[in-house]
Design a protein around this ligand. Sequence first.
Ligand SMILES: Nc1ncnc2c1ncn2[C@@H]1O[C@H](COP(=O)(O)OP(=O)(O)OP(=O)(O)O)[C@@H](O)[C@H]1O
Ligand SMILES: [Mg+2]
Length: 468
Amino acid sequence: MLLTPKGFIEMNMFEEILDNCNDAVNAVDINGNIIFANEISAHYAKSTKEDMIGRKITDFYPRAVLLTVLESHEPLLDKRIHDVFGKRYVVDSYPIFRDGEFLGAYSVFNGLDEIDELNRKIKYLQMQVKLIKPEENISGVVDMGSIKNVFKQAKKIVGSLGGPRHSIITGESGTGKTMLATLIYNYAKRIGVIGKNAPFIEVNCAQFVNPDIAAMEIFGSVEGAFTGSKKKSGLFEQANGGILFLDEAHTIENYQNLLLKAIESGKVRRIGDTKEISSNVIIIAASTRNLDEVFLPELYQRLAQYEMHLPSLNERPKEEKEMLFSHFVKKYEQAVWESHKVVYHVKFTDEAKEALLSAVYPRNIRQFRDVINFSIDAAAPLIEDIGFQSEITTIVGMEHIPFNSLGGDTVKNNKNKKETKNINIDEYIEELRKQGLGARKISGMLEKEGINMPYYKISYILKKKGLN
Ligand SMILES: Nc1ncnc2c1ncn2[C@@H]1O[C@H](COP(=O)(O)OP(=O)(O)OP(=O)(O)O)[C@@H](O)[C@H]1O
Ligand SMILES: [Mg+2]
């Protein structure tokens, strides 16, 4: 083929483009001699482009799909091949015709291992998102034990004949306040108290650097209300027809009276403005503190028409913890099914389950969930080791539990605490072990010294020291 200077420049340009794309490309003449190969193809073939040109395609790709196209003169698409060097490819291959004359064939292909690797990464990320995604409907949450009455009350907030009402949710961090507010919102939509597209505006009141900024964000402002302030609508206005979720509400400072006024009148006035705007909003205020102590009495009364308290995980009965435990394990199994289409069974040894249920979780259900997920992760096979198995069982044991990340285990029992400062706990454990005591006995001995350390933590320490 004779090339004009312009044609030559174009060839160079196309070669550069093909070298930089993510697909491998080969082209051969009617005899199977390589007339073109790009960088990726050379990389797969562990060769160089220069070395490949002019040689037989079979020297580099013994099972090349191109060979079939050379015979059939027909395109072959999405063909999967396993080459003799153990690599797998997915290939699209086409005949080359010019003015009706058959000149050869070319193929565009990708290594399946690379695609699989990418898919694995995507699936892994999708699964992580699924595992930490809060439940949005009551059917997805554990509504037994202490929580049952809270949910019953939550339904009344928006569902009672005289409602909807404002409410307060209190509870330590990670006990489910945001989840409960979302459930209330979705329930309100489901029963038609608010519209299908009603807003759910969440505002973390602790995020503002000063109360003036907080007030402008919540109520909006007109230009020049404060230095540099712009005309903008507030979150209260934006929540019109829906729910305004005021998280960390105990940090609301001197704009409590503005909030009270807005609630009482159903109207808001942007900071610096004279006119009022109607805003029909259901407020849910959440806090880790008792709002009775920090709110103006009138504001508290207005919001506390329904006050719900979510108990900490440690206050919840064991059966409830067990239900949450099963819930998170099931969620993990489901996420594996959804992401990998593998029927996944997770089983915990009795000891590991007991250890997880009796540990102390300062960050409550969120931490409980994370520790369960982490333990399963630690025991689970790698995705690439699953191969073609359609059903897998994983056993989670003590060695998979991240005891290091579990806080609050040491001195739980302050009442009976004796003088402990002269005891080096590690040395004491070691000494007791050398006397032949097991983890449970050692735990009992420590308890007598006023140190509350569960036996599983001791097992873990002994294991680390090679003394188990
Ligand atoms: N009863 C329950 N059933 C299932 N999952 C729950 C339950 N309660 C809480 N969770 C889960 O626990 C996690 C923590 O809940 P959430 O974020 O609502 O806590 P929070 O009280 O708002 O915490 P923070 O004070 O840190 O904002 C979420 O993933 C939530 O889905
Ligand atoms: Mg929250």
